[in-house]
Design a protein around this ligand. Structure first.
Ligand code: SDX
Length: 375
């Protein structure tokens, strides 16, 4: 027997939700190339596709969107709970704490019942953006901005977060950024979710655990650190020395590298296009200029090791353009990945098997207790 550290390359499930070709840089959701979905669809329609396995009819889509709009609002008890949390609590900790409480308000308790799958999807897709936006307002000492059902999903989130109506073109790009973050086969937070649901814990527990997993800087937490990393560098002339020093110290460059992609992350390419578009509306920011230079020099050192920018690298710059504080970047990743987490939980339960790996024991045997006085 051998240990497969990190289960690298070990299939633990069969799935038809998404597909990645790491050599060619291909990503498909339910067999549809990601660029086609970004060009033609929107986040809620893609969420339906991921969770229910097909593009919705007009009637199915309208019901899904209407049900999510009805679930945008938080119970006052949750808002009061947010007001009692220390204001410097990291937003991902707040999210991980509040998500399981949402189960209290869901009458569909049986995780094996399709009704639970639908109500959990609608509640989480509706309420998680409101929790995130409310936390930003409350943690800054401002009253929460209540959801506006007349706005699109992306517009409403940016409105609640910034208390101002977003530019429609920018909101549309944000919606497409959510599509790019929605799903990515058995990444570590999705694996976390299906491990939790394999015990028949409910979708709220699975998503809360996945939020915890996503918060790590080797996973979703990287986007926030890309912002700090780029800001640590005084100006473009210092970038090459900065990169060389990190590599000499064997440190991981945030926003670069991927376990599966050994070429350019197709999602990073699309977000880079969004930056080009948004810079025409908002101007070329210093952060954007630094990021482009960092990418050029980073690739000079890392391309030969098949290490390229991943989804988190340019996302940090995009969110900065939107006025989102860096500590909220991974929350945006989480609110989008709810769809992928729920899709995989739903799919896994069709043929559930409790996850219980084993180990190769390399400790001792027949060791006896030694009282304090003899230690
Ligand atoms: C996400 O799995 C998913 O799909 C995740 C995700 C999703 O949508 O769910 O795509 C989202 O998590 C994207 C990744 C975000 N994380 C980061 O940007 C953090 C920085 N990246 C690295 O930590 C790293 O690239 C990983 C963790 C993402 C992947 O690393 P692996 O596949 O485990 O590779 P490794 O850590 O074993 O490194 C292999 C070699 C090492 O060099 P040697 O020791 O063999 O000489 O590559 C080097 C590493 O030093 N390396 C890097 C590097 N990533 C790998 N060197 C410098 N900078 C990096 N970023």
């Amino acid at each position: 027997m051998k240990v497969y550290s990190g289960l690298a390359g070990i299939p633990v499930v069969k799935s038809s939700i998404s597909y990645i070709d790491g050599q060619k840089g291909i990503l498909e959701y339910r067999g549809i190339p990601i660029h086609e979905l970004v060009e033609n669809s929107n986040f809620l329609e893609v969420s339906y596709l991921l969770i229910f396995g097909k593009l919705p009819s007009k009637k199915e889509y309208k019901k899904f969107v209407d049900d999510i709009k009805e679930s945008l609002f938080l119970d006052e008890a949750i808002i009061n709970f947010l007001k009692d949390i220390p204001s410097d609590t990291h937003p991902m900790k707040v999210l991980q704490s509040i998500v399981p409480i949402l189960a209290t308000f869901d009458k569909n308790k049986d995780v094996l019942d399709e009704k639970h799958h639908y109500s959990a999807a609608v509640n989480l897709l509706g309420k998680v953006p409101t929790i995130i936006a409310n936390w930003k307002r409350i943690s800054e000492g401002n009253p929460p901005v209540y959801p506006d059902k007349s706005l699109s999903y992306a517009e409403n989130f940016l409105f609640m977060l910034t208390n101002s109506l977003p530019d429609k073109k920018i909101a549309d790009m944000f919606d497409k950024c959510l599509i790019l973050h929605a799903e990515h086969t058995i990444n570590v937070s999705t694996f976390t979710a299906i491990v939790v649901v394999s015990t028949l814990a409910d979708f709220y527990s699975a998503v809360s655990s996945a939020v915890g997993s996503l918060s790590g800087r080797l996973h979703g937490g990287a986007n926030e650190r890309v912002f700090y990393m780029l800001n640590e560098i005084e100006d473009e002339s210092k970038i090459e020395d900065f990169i060389r020093e990190m590599l000499n110290k064997k440190e991981r460059i945030m926003g670069f590298g991927h376990r599966i992609y050994k070429t350019y992350d197709p999602r990073a390419k699309i977000i880079k296009q969004f930056l080009n578009e948004i810079s025409k509306i908002k101007g070329v920011s210093n952060l954007y200029k630094k990021a482009l230079k960092f990418e050029e020099i980073g690739l000079k050192y890392l391309k030969e090791k098949h290490i390229y920018p991943n989804i988190d690298f340019f996302t940090a710059v995009f969110y900065n353009y939107l006025g989102i504080p860096p500590q909220f970047y991974t929350c945006i990743f989480a609110m989008a990945r709810i769809s992928g987490w729920i899709a995989h939980c739903k799919e896994y339960l069709k043929d559930n098997k409790l996850f219980r790996p084993t180990q190769i024991y390399d400790g001792g045997h027949n060791i006896h207790y030694v009282p304090f006085e003899k230690r």
